[in-house]
Design a protein. Structure first.
Length: 57
């Protein structure tokens, strides 16, 4: 997950308050920006999906 980012693709994402506050708390605790926290979580999810631990339909 320490991949170099060649360019940024801006996204606007809306989350329910419970999810948003959880992401904010986690980002603060791990000293990441909110954008970096969301990207980190998406990368983790993709890895779990590739391993077959998670199935998203």
């Amino acid at each position: 997950m320490s991949e170099n980012i060649s360019h940024i693709k801006p996204r606007q994402v809306r989350f329910a308050e419970k999810v948003d506050s959880h992401i904010r708390e986690s980002a603060k605790r791990c000293h990441r920006s909110i954008q970096a926290e969301i990207a980190y979580r998406m990368e983790l999810l993709m890895k779990l999906e590739e391993k077959g631990d998670v199935v998203i339909q």
